[in-house]
Design a protein around this ligand. Structure first.
Ligand SMILES: Nc1nc2c(ncn2[C@@H]2O[C@H](COP(=O)(O)OP(=O)(O)OP(=O)(O)O)[C@@H](O)[C@H]2O)c(=O)[nH]1
Ligand SMILES: [Mg+2]
Ligand SMILES: [Zn+2]
Length: 300
């Protein structure tokens, strides 16, 4: 039988198949083909017991099964550690915690590298001044699709929901941005625990500890643990520009075909920054992500 891994906790996988959740022991299945099953994976399972039968699962409404094989993936991410993400919804807050543009830009680069669609979702607009929202929308104007929302005031969430239709979408982003609060609102049920942000540090407390896949009305949604830092691992220096759509638009017009868009003469990317098409912050992120990639290439 085929099912979807919705949760992986404490040595067990929870696999949803045809209306039933099966508890599957994780032990042993890694060794066979060297693949670690991830939340979001499609798997072949063998049912050992239906709910109510022996051996029993940790909860009476679950069955027991074994995972035999993980089916080929669309993609997989290190952070959040999930598979088969069609759409990455990058959730940031206008404040509490304040956005780190570089961190957000790194996530967008990795999402594109993995072939996931990307939506930036700016949450907690109820806490923002108009100028701050204008600044954010200016920053990302040519970079990615941006939704401004307030989970608290339930604003902007219907438009986001429409964008999720038919998709397997993952909420990802800094701890405390409101991913679990948003998940609950999108799912119409309190499925995921939420937590206050730390008053002293003004950042999240890593309330969500494990990724989980939920079924919504016409979409699937991963809630995932937040992060406080993010490295664009696995992205080569010469790929970075191509993974930033606002930058990629100009790379073909540089004087030199091997332009790195740093200080070369006739660089169309730097011209686009001067012209205001690429925001200066995005260009700063480009340079940082590029030089991080060069540094990691030189390490090997
Ligand atoms: N003012 C305001 N607060 C919000 C909004 N959305 C969420 N919050 C609050 O932000 C805090 C963190 O919310 P969570 O949903 O737990 O954040 P998270 O992104 O899931 O955090 P982690 O699980 O740690 O990654 C909670 O106190 C929420 O009530 C919003 O739109 N406006
Ligand atoms: Mg959470
Ligand atoms: Zn250039």
């Amino acid at each position: 039988m085929q099912g979807t891994i919705t949760r992986a906790v404490a040595g067990f996988y929870y696999v949803y198949s045809q209306g039933t959740v099966y508890e599957c022991r994780a032990r042993g299945i890694f060794r066979k083909d060297g693949i670690t099953p991830l939340v979001g994976d499609e798997a072949e399972i063998t049912v050992i017991a239906e709910p109510g039968q022996q051996p029993s699962a940790s909860s009476p409404e679950m069955g027991v099964a074994s995972v035999d094989r993980v089916l080929p993936r669309l993609n997989s991410f290190e952070r959040p550690h999930v598979a088969n993400v069609e759409l990455l919804v990058l959730v940031a807050a206008v404040k509490h915690p304040a956005p780190s543009f570089l961190m957000l830009d790194r996530v967008t680069v990795v999402a594109r590298k993995k072939g996931a669609e990307l939506i930036l979702c700016v949450n907690k607009t109820d806490l923002a001044e108009d100028e701050q929202l204008a600044e954010l929308s200016e920053y990302y104007k040519n970079a990615c699709l941006t939704h401004f929302i307030s989970v608290k005031e339930e604003k902007g969430v219907e438009a986001l929901k429409a964008a999720l239709k038919g998709k397997k979408a993952a909420l990802a982003g800094p701890s405390g941005a409101g991913k679990s609060s948003l998940a609950n609102l999108l799912l119409g049920e309190q499925k995921s625990a939420t937590g206050d942000i730390s008053r002293k540090l003004q950042r999240g407390r890593n309330t969500t500890r494990h990724s989980e896949l939920f079924a919504g009305d016409g979409f699937f949604l991963f809630d995932t643990p937040g992060f406080t830092s993010f490295d664009a691992l696995g992205v080569a220096s010469d790929e970075v520009a191509g993974l930033m759509p606002d930058v990629a638009r100009f790379t073909g017009s540089c004087r030199f075909s091997d332009c790195r868009h740093l200080s070369e003469p006739g660089c169309a990317v730097r011209q686009a920054v001067t012209d205001g098409f690429i925001s200066p912050g995005r260009y700063a992120s480009y340079k940082q992500i590029y030089s991080d990639a060069v540094a990691s290439e030189n390490r090997y």
